[in-house]
Design a protein. Structure first.
Length: 197
């Protein structure tokens, strides 16, 4: 029995909201986004406004920037993935629309511009504040909660996309007698972590 797109998106959004979305379902969401792009030539947001979608594109590019041949979070389809999940769940849509509204309001308070229109240094300064729980305050807590969602969903979307599979060297369902973490992967992760040299 075929699962309708709407049913898939509703169940995927519910699982993502609960923090238990599986990789197979994530790949199906990517597949639906690719179908939408193919049918219309360009992805048209199903839930988010044009401004919200552009802000998600920017956030995805800031969370996982393009690097070499890897197009990063935005190029790997994270904005489309997030928009489709929002279209399947009012709760997910409220999380994202509320978080994006908070981001714009916080940016306007600081630099009199929406986050999307702010200078790169101003965007980074705001994200640096909401990236860490140690900065918790009544003013920043909604942004901290939202940015935690944003990071997790962008990384999930990137890691389960064809781009992420390729970058991570995912081999699929193949048996292995032993597994050894590639030295390049450890070096790369340590270099980008706070523990790196």
């Amino acid at each position: 029995m075929a699962v309708s797109r709407r049913s898939l998106l509703q169940s995927a959004a519910a699982a993502a909201t609960a923090g238990c979305l599986d990789a197979d379902t994530m790949q199906q969401v990517h597949h639906h986004a690719a179908e939408v792009k193919q049918q219309s030539g360009a992805y048209q947001p199903a839930c988010l406004t044009a401004h919200e979608f552009q802000t998600v594109q920017l956030l995805a590019a800031l969370i996982i920037p393009p690097e070499g041949a890897d197009p990063g979070g935005a190029g790997a389809g994270a904005p489309e993935y997030i928009d489709l999940l929002c279209s399947g769940s009012d709760r997910m849509a409220r999380i994202w629309q509320g978080g994006l509204a908070w981001l714009d309001a916080a940016s306007r308070r600081r630099v009199q511009k929406a986050f999307l229109d702010a200078a790169p240094a101003d965007r980074t300064a705001l994200l640096d504040q909401i990236a860490f729980r140690r900065n918790a305050s009544p003013e920043l807590n909604p942004g901290i909660d939202f940015f935690e969602w944003a990071r997790r969903m962008v990384v999930d979307a990137w890691a389960t996309s064809p781009t992420g599979f390729k970058a991570l060297g995912f081999q699929g369902n193949t048996g292995m007698e032993t597994f050894q973490v590639p030295t390049e992967a450890l070096t790369y992760a340590l270099k980008r972590s706070p523990f790196g040299a």
